[in-house]
Design a protein around this ligand. Structure first.
Ligand SMILES: [Zn+2]
Length: 371
């Protein structure tokens, strides 16, 4: 019998060290980040929030708790053919030229150190590895623990700490190599997955469901009215939440919007942009770590029901170590012991009216939710 859960990880992803640079550049980054993220960077000594410890601490934590039931997979780097399914040749050329260099790439402090490009290729390879594991039956579900994150990377652009769109590369790989006709991407990172949405906006084979804090919060996209375009119209579903939204809101977004839409869409694979920056420490919304168990349980149920268990999660954001560990624990417990009782969530109802409004709007405008 296949193991319940595979973790896909490689040490090369720790070699991305933005910016770790000269003091004057560090101050420049710090100023920019303070403008964007406020108190999140008010730590001394200042470090780029997308730092290796985010991932190394999660890996240590999971290794320490593994009772032998987790299958550990070391991924290859994504190759050119894989990357070109989601990115332009020009974007890859730019990435190749950045190998071995230190550079600031965008005003929102996306930056590279000498090991960053190979780390990014390895992260995309890990997302592909997670898809391979669940599509080949090597594991029931898989979690790719990666950095740099991917969901702000566009077909031809860097943004929001992202160089390569890991989930987009993985979705296209599933379609091209495993013959999966329809992929559901669930993005529960608290920032809108603008890069992923843009890559699949016209693709009717990918249903993108994204719950996030509403604009003007970073990156400022993900409006309810963005439902895809052309043949992809109606296969982008955004649920923007107000500041301070809690567990009940994100659960309602899943129950009232995602679940019915997914059942109509009938995906052959569920991919998750799993950021853990919705917890209160991140100052955007107020999810409890426990709610991630409930979100995972719903996706596991959908995967069992609709796509022969094929569920692959890929880490995105999350910058406070302890709540990230707790949230990841919550997910892994559900994937390892799906029948167990779930931890209690918070009763906070902030954000519920926004979800009701989103549900009504989408029911009136998109085929997947029409009553
Ligand atoms: Zn995020």
């Amino acid at each position: 019998m296949a193991p319940r859960l595979a973790i896909v990880y490689h040490d090369e992803m720790l070699e991305h060290r933005p910016p770790g640079l000269e003091p004057e550049l560090r101050d420049y980054h710090a100023r920019k980040l303070r403008l964007l993220l406020g108190d999140l960077v008010a730590t001394a000594p200042w470090k780029h929030p997308e730092r290796p410890e985010r991932l190394s601490s999660l890996i240590e934590h999971v290794r320490g708790r593994d009772d032998g039931r987790i299958a550990w997979i070391e991924p290859e780097r994504a190759d050119e053919r894989m990357l070109l399914r989601a990115h332009t040749a020009g974007h890859l050329k730019k990435l190749e030229a950045l190998k071995g260099r230190r550079r600031l790439l965008s005003v929102d402090t996306t930056a590279v150190s000498p090991g960053s490009v190979n780390a990014a290729f390895r992260a995309a390879g890990a997302a592909v590895g997670a898809v391979d594991a669940v599509c080949s039956g090597r594991a029931e579900s898989a979690f790719a623990l990666v950095r740099p994150p991917g969901h702000h990377a566009f077909a031809a652009g860097f943004r929001g700490f992202c160089l390569v769109n890991n989930v987009a590369v993985a979705a296209r790989h599933a379609m091209a190599v495993h013959g999966i006709e329809r992929v559901l991407i669930v993005d529960w990172d608290i920032h809108h997955g603008d890069g992923t949405e843009s890559i699949f906006a016209s693709d009717p084979g990918v249903l993108m469901f994204d719950v996030h804090r509403a604009a003007p919060y970073y990156p400022g996209t993900g409006a309810l009215e963005s439902v895809g375009q052309g043949r992809g119209r109606g296969t982008t579903l955004n649920v923007p939440l107000p500041a301070g939204a809690g567990d009940q809101a994100v659960l309602a977004a899943f129950d009232d919007i995602l679940l019915p839409a997914a059942r109509r869409f009938r995906p052959g694979l569920i991919l998750v942009s799993a950021g853990f920056d919705g917890t209160r420490e991140h100052l955007a919304c107020r999810f409890s770590p426990a709610v991630y168990a409930h979100l995972t349980q719903r996706l596991k149920m959908l995967a069992d029901e609709l796509c022969q268990q094929r569920l692959a999660l890929v880490l995105e954001g999350g910058y406070h170590i302890e709540p990230m560990q707790a949230a990841l624990d919550a997910c892994l417990k559900v994937l390892l012991d799906p029948g167990e009782e779930l931890p209690p969530v918070m009763a906070l109802r902030t954000g519920l009216p926004a979800v009701r409004n989103a549900r009504n709007h989408l029911a009136a405008t998109t085929a997947l939710l029409k009553d």
